[in-house]
Design a protein around this ligand. Structure first.
Ligand SMILES: Cc1cn([C@H]2C[C@H](O)[C@@H](COP(=O)(O)OP(=O)(O)OP(=O)(O)O)O2)c(=O)[nH]c1=O
Length: 193
């Protein structure tokens, strides 16, 4: 089995870098889908549905490739699902809410086998503990522009590393793709030797 058959259905440079770091050969074919939550939808159901939707949409658009990997990451804080902030005020609100408390980062991923029409889905949760943030820290971090394409308005791998006191669980899951689990699932699917 050749690994060129793996397609990452994501525009996220972080997801590409993570998959590359595992030595996996793949190509990228992002899929644009509606990311609105359904009424009363549970967070886990939401990330799994979007991950599968991205994988299937990419598979439909592409004429080659067999194993399509989709993922979706959210931050869960005190009952709120945080996606990417809409604007500066939203980023400020999210970071103020995360300040000094623990939250969860949930990434759902889906592997869709276009040949067998089968799908494997999994959601991984990581607990992240933030220090108390000073207002100047919040403002200068938002000034960098980093928060705007990140769930919860922060990037643990970037300018927000100093805001994180500790994590409990997978680090790569916070960045956007739980690597151990994704690699294991690719193996189970027969996409990797
Ligand atoms: C919490 C956190 C999120 N993120 C990122 C991961 C995801 O790229 C992003 C959440 O948005 P997603 O909607 O999961 O993904 P995306 O729109 O970037 O890419 P695509 O839908 O094409 O796959 O937040 C970080 O990079 N670092 C972090 O610490």
């Amino acid at each position: 089995m050749t690994t060129e058959l793996i397609v990452l259905a994501s525009a996220s440079p972080r997801r590409s870098e993570l998959l590359e770091s595992a030595g996996i050969t793949f190509r990228v074919a992002p899929a644009d889908i509606n990311e609105d939550a359904l009424p009363e939808e549970e967070p886990i159901d939401y990330v799994l549905r979007l991950a599968e939707g991205k994988a299937r949409a990419s598979a439909e658009n592409e004429s080659s490739g067999r194993f399509f990997v989709g993922a979706d990451t959210i931050v869960l804080c005190d009952g709120e699902i945080m996606g990417k902030p809409k604007d500066r005020a939203d980023a400020e609100r999210m970071l103020r809410k995360l300040s000094g408390v623990a939250h969860e980062v949930v990434t759902g991923f889906a592997l869709y086998d276009k040949e067998r029409k089968g799908v494997v889905r999994e959601a991984i949760r990581t607990k992240v503990f933030f220090k108390q943030l000073r207002e100047e820290e919040i403002q200068s971090y938002i000034d960098t522009g980093c928060p705007f394409d990140k769930a919860g308005a922060y990037a643990i791998q970037g300018g927000a590393a100093h805001m994180v006191q500790k994590i409990d669980g997978s680090y790569t899951n916070v960045v956007g793709l739980p690597l151990c689990e994704v690699v294991a699932a690719l193996r189970v699917m027969g996409a990797l030797p």
